[in-house]
Write a protein that binds this ligand. Sequence first.
Ligand code: CP
Ligand code: NVA
Length: 312
Amino acid sequence: MVLTSDNMKMDVISVLDIQDRVKELLRIAGEIKKKYKNGEPFTPLEGKSLGMIFEKPSTRTRISFEVGMTQLGGHALYLSPKDLQLGRGETIADTAKVLSRYVDGIMYRAFKNEMMVELAENATVPVINGLDDVEHPCQIMADLLTIREKKGTFDDQHLVYVGDGNNVCNSLLLGGAVVGMDVTACTPKGYEPHEGIFDKARQIGRETGADISLSSSPEDAVKDATIIYTDVWISMGEEEEKERRMKDFKGFEVNDKLVSLATDQVIVMHCLPAHRGVEISASVMDGPHSVVFNQAENRLHAQKAIMAEVMG
Ligand code: CP
Ligand code: NVA
């Protein structure tokens, strides 16, 4: 939810927090990207600092936020919990209060959404979710930017997510619903997305004209797909479930056969990191339908728009 306090700070914990701003933020991200490509400086965050707490590893999120802050004229600090006093028992609330006295925004990659919310409630500066166990809103903003670039519109698009009903899937349902794009979450039974988020996405979809649905058959689900999306079967923190998940997700690989069942112009998306031969075949990942590296690139531009919005 948008946490708006006396100082009007705006947190981005869920796609819902920026629900009314998604389309405008995508427009701004497009402008920022154009400026960057033309070599025009855009430095609205001069003199500002972003603290980045990572409880889990990251390639894209860390680098795109850090580089993004530099490009916006500011500075980012990488903060590992094992180096912070957080790792020795200082509370997340105290950490939030202290960081707020130094930095102008906090990006947090957390194991638990409850910790994300607690940090946001105690910080007096904006908090941006860099992934938790429930959502990955910044990823979805980059994905929507990529879809808009590749398809020109969200109308008449049908995104079929094939895989685990995880954080990325949850945020995609909300993001798709907000922009009026049909989204089907196709997961094995028992791995459906968050029930409350699915219901909320359906409710938003009824207003925006997006059909939000569930499936457990990849072959049926992708039949009119214009976009196929997948993510890892084992998210960070679920490593001990590997054996069971590898069995349960059999038949959910996004491979040439599955892609051939979708529309001719289908694009294939993955938030990365990917495991070729597990959730996606090498031929699809590296094939002509794949836009996965465009998505990765767009993390930079989408997040610059978010940071300029909430910290500017
Ligand atoms: N997609 C994504 O968030 O990647 P990282 O885990 O590398 O940040
Ligand atoms: N669902 C994955 C996304 C990684 C970017 C995870 O949480 O590990």
